[in-house]
Design a protein around this ligand. Sequence first.
Ligand SMILES: Cc1ncc(COP(=O)(O)O)c(C=O)c1O
Length: 401
Amino acid sequence: MTDFLAPSRAAAPCRSPLDLPAPAARPEPPALPIYLDYAATTPVDPRVAQQMLVFMTEKFGNPASTSHGFGQDAAFAVAKARAQVAALVEAPAARIVWTSGATESNNLALKGAAHANRARGNHLVTVATEHKAVLDSMRRLESEGFEVTYLQPQANGLVDPAAFEAALRPDTILASVMMVNNEIGVIQPVGEFGRICRARGVLLHVDAAQAAGKLHIDVERLHIDLLSLSAHKLYGPKGIGALYVREGVRLEAQMDGGGHEQGLRSGTLPSHQIVGMGAACELARLEMDAEALRIGALRDRLRDGLAALPGVRFNGDLDRRIPHNLNVSFADCGPLAERLPDIAVSAGSACNSASAAPSYVLRALGLGDALARSAMRITLGRYTGLADVDHFLLQLRLALR
Ligand SMILES: Cc1ncc(COP(=O)(O)O)c(C=O)c1O
């Protein structure tokens, strides 16, 4: 049992001199509130924060101003971080472009590639369950005259490669499919899509915001042309992300200015954020396998506890998914997340009140309004422990009574 316990973030103070250390077999009580919303964002790992601090207070130079040591230190740190991010996805460091996060990466990839390749065709393909940063970029491109096909996933959330291939046309220039869905955690077969796209001369963009640091990603092997990353989903800071751009892929910059990042993304590089993202990616690369095993064991316990509850339904394929996510609905039950006062859990990214629209992702899987509204996205992470899972299940049982 203790194997599954996460390293505690801070030791709980003793309440009285009579407090004795708990016997090894009895799990520690959880620290409240319990955070089970790691897909929304993650805390910055203290090891990451420590490295960032130096680049805010001491080594604060502008990495583009390298005529002195301050700038040189910052430029060196940016280069190191670029290599750390690249290593996480098996890419050459020179192909990593810094952005403000996956939203900007998705915008730059889709609008940039569509604009730069318009002479080759006018048709784009994506999936109805993508993140809004992809769907709204596609809508914008439609308003500029591009044609977009929105593929529907199967009931398990996965896109059938045959349906994907059938959607490609002679004038298709770009397809965009996320690696891991942010609401239901399913893993799309992007390697298959990459193979199909490469054979047809279509660019493939992959939003990997929810996959990076959880799955091994090799952009070359998967035939990915453009890949979006975000630091705050993998224990790095908010406001920094990256776009991998395969060599030879043409993009139109979406921001004019000083011509940073090979002209693709102007703006002074936020070196402390970049150092944070690099450190977070390095930790993820080194620790991801052990972490996935530990979290997988917690998830199995959670899944078994949930399966015993009345009216429960798991959303999204139960095999092809990351261990960090479970998405469940309950028959004949309104929104549940707000009935769990000590638990920070998400009702899905689209709604957390009865009046809000139900999740478009769950609707695309064929769920009716009532099931979609009762859905809960439970996401586990680096600091989730056994006691957290057990307390959550207890609270849920009480809320369902
Ligand atoms: C799949 C996916 N793409 C994109 C984003 C946006 O990322 P960021 O917050 O870095 O802009 C998120 C985060 O919500 C996400 O889950």
